[in-house]
Design a protein around this ligand. Structure first.
Ligand code: BGC
Length: 456
C-alpha cells in the first residue's frame, strides 16, 4: 500500500504572488494612438504563420478594458502583475517619443497602484518595431541603443512608481525561434549568424538597461527573464547521450547565463560556433557580467537529447519520451526541473535573488469539457509551486511566482486557441470568467501555504 505523506509548504509574507502577460498578447488595438506596426503585427497578417489563423488585432481588448482586468487581479489578491509595453506605441519611429503611448502605461500603472498591486514591467517582450527589423533588427549593434532609448523613456516616465523591471523576455528563445526555427519573425531558418548576433546584442542591451535603471530609478530592481530548460539525456546510461545533453544545456541555458554570471560564453559553444558571433564580441564580455538585482526564470519544460551525427554543429537530436506527460504545446511537464533550476542557482551561481517570472500550461477547449473546469492547470500549478516551496526549504532565494497567464490570450504562432489563462476570455464577447484555477490561486495566496504530497 502506498502511503501518501502530506507536507505543508510555507511561503513568506513578502512572497510576490503574481500573474504575467505581454502587450501584444492581450492589448489589441495595435495601431491605436499613433502606434506603428510591430513585426508580430505584420507576421500574424501573413497567411499560414499562425496555426489557427488568428491575430492580436483584438486579443483581450485589454487596451480598452484594463480597468476591468485590474479589478480581477485585485479580487484574486495578486500581490504583483508582470506586463510588457508595446515598443511602437512609445517609439512609432526611431527617435521620437509618442506621449499618447506612454500615457496608456501611465494610467495602467496608476490603476495597479490604486489596487495595491506591485507592477513588474518588461521592457521588451518579443515585439520588435518593423522600423527596427527593416534595418536588420537585433542582428545589428545599433539595436542596443534603440532598446536603451525605450527603456530610458519608460524609466523616466514610470520609474517613480515602477520599482521592479524586467529588461528582456527570453533573449535566448527570441534569438532561437527568430533565426533557427522560424517560429517567430523574422522567421529565418538555421541562420546561426543571425541567432548569435541577436542573442549577443540582446545581452548587451540588458547590461545597458541595468546601468540606466541604477541611474534613473530609485531602489530599482532589475533583471531579465531567462527561458530555462531542464535538459536531460535520452538514455542516462549512454555516455554520448550524456555529452549531447550537456552540450545542449550550454546552448539552452549557458549562452544566456554564463555571460551574466561570469562574463564569458561557454567554451564548447565558442569552439563549435564561435565564427557566428559578432566580430570583437569578446571586448563586450566584461560589461555583460551584469545580472542586475535578480534573475527571472520562465520555466516550462524538460528537453531530452540523444547523440546524433546528423545534426550539424550540435550533434544532438531531441528525443521525445512518449510516455511522459506533455502539454498541448508539446512541452514535457517536469515539475522537479523547477527545483533543480533553483538548486543550480543556489549551489553553482551564488544564490542570487530570483523570481519565477513565468510558469503555467495551455489547456485548449475540448468538446464535452466545461472550459472553466481546468483541473489540469490546478494540478500543474500545485506540482510546480510545491517544488518551489521545497527549494525555499533548501535555502533558495526565490522571491516570487508569476503564473502564465492572467487570462486566455494570443499565444504567438499558436494563436488564440491555446488558452493559457486562469481567467477565461470569450473572444467574441470579451466576457471574463474565472476558471477553477483562479479560485484555487486566490485561496493559496490568501493562505500563504500549500499542502501537497511530500517531495523526496
Ligand atoms: C513567453 C510567453 C508565452 C509563454 C507560453 C513564454 O515563452 O514568454 O509570451 O506566451 O511562453 O508559451
Amino acid at each position: 500500500m502506498v502511503s501518501l505523506r502530506l507536507m505543508k509548504y510555507l511561503f513568506p509574507e513578502s512572497f510576490l504572488w503574481g500573474a504575467a502577460t505581454s502587450a501584444y498578447q492581450i492589448e489589441g488595438s495595435p495601431l491605436a494612438d499613433g502606434a506603428t506596426p510591430s513585426t508580430w503585427h505584420e507576421f500574424t497578417h501573413r497567411r499560414g504563420k499562425v496555426q489557427d489563423g488568428t491575430t492580436g488585432d483584438v486579443a483581450c481588448d485589454h487596451y480598452r478594458r484594463f480597468d476591468e482586468d485590474i479589478r480581477h487581479m485585485r479580487d484574486l489578491g495578486l500581490k504583483a502583475y508582470r506586463f510588457s509595453t508595446g515598443w511602437t506605441r512609445i517609439f512609432p519611429e526611431p527617435g521620437s517619443v509618442n506621449q499618447r503611448g506612454l500615457d496608456f502605461y501611465d494610467r495602467l500603472v496608476d490603476s495597479l497602484m490604486g489596487a495595491g498591486i506591485t507592477p513588474l514591467l518588461t521592457i521588451f517582450h518579443l515585439e520588435e518595431p518593423v522600423w527596427l527589423a527593416r534595418g536588420g533588427g537585433f542582428t545589428q549593434r545599433t539595436s542596443v541603443d534603440h532598446l536603451l532609448e525605450l527603456g530610458k523613456a519608460l524609466m523616466r516616465r514610470l520609474g517613480d512608481r515602477v520599482r521592479t523591471w524586467c529588461t528582456i523576455n527570453e533573449p535566448s528563445l527570441y534569438a532561437f525561434q527568430g533565426y533557427a526555427t522560424a517560429e517567430y519573425p523574422p522567421a529565418h531558418r538555421f541562420d546561426l549568424r543571425g541567432m548569435f548576433h541577436c542573442a549577443h546584442h540582446l545581452l548587451l542591451a540588458h547590461a545597458r538597461l541595468v546601468e540606466a535603471c541604477s541611474a534613473l530609478v530609485r531602489d530599482g530592481q532589475i533583471g531579465l527573464a531567462h527561458y530555462y530548460v531542464d535538459v536531460a539525456p535520452a538514455n542516462p546510461a549512454r555516455d554520448r547521450d550524456v555529452e549531447a545533453a550537456s552540450f545542449m544545456d550550454t546552448m539552452a541555458n549557458g549562452v544566456a547565463l554564463s555571460p551574466l554570471f561570469s562574463g564569458a560564453y561557454p567554451e564548447g559553444v565558442l569552439r563549435r560556433m564561435g565564427r557566428f558571433f559578432p566580430a570583437g564580441f569578446d571586448r563586450d564580455l566584461p560589461s555583460l557580467r551584469n545580472l542586475g538585482t535578480y534573475l527571472g526564470i520562465n520555466y516550462y519544460r524538460r528537453n531530452r537529447y540523444r547523440h546524433s551525427l546528423f545534426t550539424p554543429f550540435l550533434h544532438a537530436a531531441e528525443y521525445v519520451e512518449a510516455s511522459a506527460p506533455h502539454t498541448a504545446m508539446g512541452d514535457e511537464i517536469y515539475p522537479a526541473g523547477l527545483f533543480k533550476a533553483l538548486m543550480r542557482l543556489k549551489n553553482e551561481l551564488g544564490n542570487p535573488p530570483c523570481i519565477i517570472t513565468e510558469n503555467g500550461p495551455p489547456i485548449p477547449d475540448v468538446e464535452g469539457r466545461d472550459p472553466l473546469d481546468d483541473d489540469g492547470r490546478v494540478a500543474y500549478m500545485a506540482d510546480h509551486i510545491a517544488q518551489l516551496g521545497r527549494a525555499l526549504l533548501e535555502g533558495s532565494d526565490c522571491r516570487g511566482y508569476f503564473l502564465w497567464s492572467l487570462l486566455d490570450n494570443f499565444e504567438w504562432s499558436k494563436g488564440l486557441s491555446m488558452r493559457c489563462g486562469m481567467i477565461h476570455t470569450d473572444f467574441a464577447t470579451q466576457k471574463r470568467e474565472w476558471k477553477k484555477s483562479a479560485f484555487w490561486y486566490r485561496d493559496l495566496i490568501s493562505r500563504g501555504w500549500l499542502e501537497h504530497a511530500a517531495l523526496p
